[in-house]
Design a protein around this ligand. Sequence first.
Ligand SMILES: NC(=O)C1=CN([C@@H]2O[C@H](COP(=O)(O)OP(=O)(O)OC[C@H]3O[C@@H](n4cnc5c(N)ncnc54)[C@H](O)[C@@H]3O)[C@@H](O)[C@H]2O)C=CC1
Ligand SMILES: O=C([O-])CC(=O)C(=O)O
Length: 341
Amino acid sequence: MAALNRIQKIASHLDPPKPNKFKVALLGAAGGIGQPLSMLLKMSAYVSDLALYDVANTPGVAADVSHMSTGARVKGYLGAEQLPAALAGANLVVIPAGVPRKPGMTRDDLFNINAGIVKGLIEAIAAHCPTAWVAIISNPVNSTVPIAAEVLQRAGVLDPKRLFGVTTLDVVRAEAFVGELLGVDPRDVSVPVVGGHAGITILPLLSQARPPLPASVSPEQRKALMARIQDAGTEVVQAKAGTGSATLSMAYAAARFADSCLRAMSGEGPVTEYAYVRSEAVAGLPYFSSPLRLGKGGVEEVLPLGAMDELEAANFEAMKAELMGSINKGVEFVAKGPAPK
Ligand SMILES: NC(=O)C1=CN([C@@H]2O[C@H](COP(=O)(O)OP(=O)(O)OC[C@H]3O[C@@H](n4cnc5c(N)ncnc54)[C@H](O)[C@@H]3O)[C@@H](O)[C@H]2O)C=CC1
Ligand SMILES: O=C([O-])CC(=O)C(=O)O
């Protein structure tokens, strides 16, 4: 029996199971996030076709990435007239298109420019790949996801199971910072981060961290850690001093999220991920970032948030008004726009 197991193990190593392959379209592919994310997606075993779309510079990015000796076929698409071809047949569309923050700005300050960019791109998705899964990175995520949902709903193709605001970077940061504090490898750390993606709407549930924070971590240290995770985007914006916001860690986080989506699409479930989705199931708000069980058709279940300690419960209550305001702002932006054609 042991010998048979060994032979099977060697055989599976020689001929590992081939994952299903998918077309991924990246909109905003030539930007600070888009370029490293293009590279990471080109390395994914799940990607057969990588469509790199932007309004500038995609020929260069596509030529560069296409020289990597990995499986995915790469094609660059430049300008609005090439967007339909970029989207045709896409299984997953990832959107980091839009402007980033400069020091002193909030994510909401990006609304005026990015709301219109996201609306236009989602209209194209509704027309050219209405069944694709859509992962939105463009800020303010708390508003851009409701914008996307309203646009898809107006076009009659909304399936909330397939629309995600990418909050993986908050989870990644929590893992990194807790790992640093505990002196353990961040890959062995798990920390739920729920809510939204701006300031106090980012709610790390440190009381559920694994490994748990020891009693030697004081309430003040816990509070400081929570604040650092909530303000980590601003930490990067300040360190970059006017040249942009998080791009490399975001590309890592988005590649991780994309791989989870593609694994779930492949039927390799169940896959658990955090993302900002339309669902009142756990928080009583129309959109909330929650742990999700993903399957072939998208979100199969919005999982419960679990127990919160006193500090987390207070933060949960405190965020609700801000999050609701950002959601309404997105919904109203679409409602005030021209009626769909
Ligand atoms: N969800 C999250 O955790 C995070 C979100 N972000 C957000 O991601 C967005 C992008 O950030 P960066 O890549 O650093 O910005 P960037 O300015 O470096 O790149 C944005 C790219 O979008 C492109 N673009 C603009 N309008 C477009 C359109 N209509 N169609 C296609 N492409 C278009 C630009 O040409 C540019 O290449 C920002 O809104 C930023 O706030 C950034 C970090 C984390
Ligand atoms: O802070 C920003 O503007 C970009 C972002 O969302 C993040 O790094 O979490």
